[in-house]
Design a protein around this ligand. Structure first.
Ligand SMILES: [Zn+2]
Length: 514
């Protein structure tokens, strides 16, 4: 299959960079190059690219054993994913990906294939299907031994450098719902690996901005270059965190949040070590996973858990859904989407929590924000929720503002101090509400009102009664009914002991209680 075509795709030494692999001595990533434009199917170009560079991949004898598993089209590129087959069986986690731009130029490739010199001979099997299922079942905790076998598959299971002929068995139990995946050595029936696919939440590690690099450094000027453009945040801007509740499959999916809808290649770390910097692929996924998970754990701490949980399934997020400098929550798809324009929106956790605020309102009160006032309350609540959650983590100078990283450039051109997207301490009252105005601007009347409630009642009490107030609202609500709902929530949760203070705040903001 070599010839003129493949020759043009050959990467010459020194014209590309590689990330070395751990066990196989072949590169696990090849980058920093771009082949010539080409008019052929993405699959055709991808296959020829691997053929032309077979020696680099360590696949001189293995090309014919790559089968296209998936072809993903993102906005600017096509991503071809090959799975590795050996002796007729797939190699577990053995794949090669080739990434092409719209002109058919290959610019990146990843390689998790097992090089031919490490491939064993024929698939050696001494244990049959029935015996395998019996052994898999016997390896489970006692109560799970009656589980249904739903699927068996023979495959090659990589164990460090060795490739073991193996059986994969999937066992399902409906009540309580569990799904066990068991891998057994096909030669002797020994258990190679097993896990409960649904229940066993595990921990990973990662690096995040908390909430953003500006608040971490305490001074936005340190993040601007000579041209007054944002520069790459230094290492001190990051915080090491534990990622809770992961499902253990190697992606950022867990019991409270999943980045599964993310376009382009999702970050995958089998060892669950997601220590990435902001310019590295996958960082925004870590940001969204960590901060949404932390915020939802806080809702549980406030009491919204079990039968009172606000979300019944993991919150879904697409972290690079648009190239615009915009993010949104879609009540139709029930999904958060973050844009990558300007500074990536998901690099600022206050932007993440603002959008989560919309998701919380929609979960409590479907179709929130239909009227002008309700829409403004939606924006105001999102800003309040972000400001309240992060207040104690920010230097005093930044506590009354939100999104000082995401909104840095907008804030600089607006001339405010500190530069930020919006503030939560506006002096505006309901008299400043502009029916034809922007809901984010009108929303600052509502966020400032909520911010005052928090100043008087304290963080947890204010957050709880403000969340609680949403349960009696509807999509067409207004400031006055929103205020009354807060008073009602205080009666129901606190015996009404804050009523005079609350009414005082609403009166000063010119919000009547209808
Ligand atoms: Zn919003």
């Amino acid at each position: 299959m070599t010839g003129k075509g493949s020759a043009a795709l050959y990467l010459r030494r020194g014209r590309y960079k590689t990330v070395p692999g751990k066990y196989y001595r072949t590169p696990k990533e090849i980058w920093n190059f771009r082949t010539a434009a080409r008019d052929d199917s993405p699959e055709g170009i991808a296959r020829e690219f691997v053929v032309a560079n077979a020696a680099l991949f360590g696949l001189e004898r293995g090309i014919s054993e790559l089968a296209v598993q998936r072809l993903i089209r993102s906005l600017g590129a096509t991503h071809v994913i090959f799975r590795q087959i050996h002796d007729g069986y797939r190699v577990h986690r053995g794949y090669v990906t080739v990434h092409l731009d719209r002109a058919g130029r290959v610019y990146l490739s990843k390689n998790r294939s097992v090089p031919p010199h490490l491939l064993p001979g024929r698939f050696e099997q001494n244990i049959g299907r029935d015996e395998t299922v019996r052994r898999a079942r016997r390896s489970l905790p006692k109560r799970d031994r009656l589980s249904d076998a739903r699927e068996t598959e023979r495959l090659w299971f990589p164990r460090e450098k060795e490739l073991v002929p193996a059986w994969k068995v999937r066992l399902i139990r409906t009540s309580p719902r569990e799904e066990w995946i068991v891998y057994l050595d096909a030669r002797n029936g020994a258990i190679l690996n097993k896990y409960d696919n649904l229940a066993e939440a595990v921990r990973g590690r990662g690096q995040v901005f908390d909430p953003n690099p500006v608040t971490a450094l305490g001074d936005h000027a340190l993040l601007l270059n000579e041209k007054r453009k944002p520069r790459r945040p230094p290492p001190v801007a990051y915080r090491e965190v534990v990622l809770e509740g992961l499902d253990g499959g190697g992606t950022l999916s867990g019991d409270k949040v999943t980045t599964a809808p993310t376009r382009d290649m999702r970050v995958r770390k089998p060892d669950l070590q997601f220590s990435l910097r902001s310019h590295e692929h996958g960082f925004e996924e870590v940001m969204v996973y960590y901060h949404v998970d932390a915020a939802l754990r806080y809702l549980e701490q406030l009491g919204y858990k079990g039968a009172r949980a606000i979300f019944r399934e993991p919150v879904k997020a697409n972290v690079n859904g648009t190239r615009d400098d915009n993010s949104w929550y879609s009540p139709v798809e029930r999904m958060l989407t973050f844009g990558t324009g300007d500074i990536d929106d998901a690099e600022d956790a206050e932007t993440i929590l603002h959008e989560l605020g919309h998701a919380i309102q929609d979960a409590i009160c479907p179709d929130f924000g239909q009227s002008r006032e309700a829409a403004a309350m939606g924006e105001g609540f999102g800003d309040y929720f972000a400001a309240s959650f992060f207040e104690s983590k920010k230097p005093p100078r930044y506590r009354n503002s939100v999104m000082s990283w995401d909104g840095l450039l907008a804030g600089l051109s607006g001339g405010g101090e500190p530069p930020c997207l919006r503030r939560v301490d506006s002096a505006h009252t309901y008299r400043n509400f502009r029916p034809r105005g922007d809901e984010h601007v009108n929303g600052q009347i509502w966020s400032a009102t909520l911010w005052e409630v928090r100043a008087v009642l304290g963080r947890e009490t204010a957050d709880r009664i403000i969340l609680e107030s949403h349960f009696q609202l509807d999509g067409f609500t207004d400031f006055a009914r929103g205020a009354r709902a807060i008073v009602d929530a205080d009666r129901n949760l606190e015996g009404g002991r804050h009523e005079p203070a609350l009414k005082n705040i609403f009166r000063r903001r010119r919000i009547g209680l209808v």
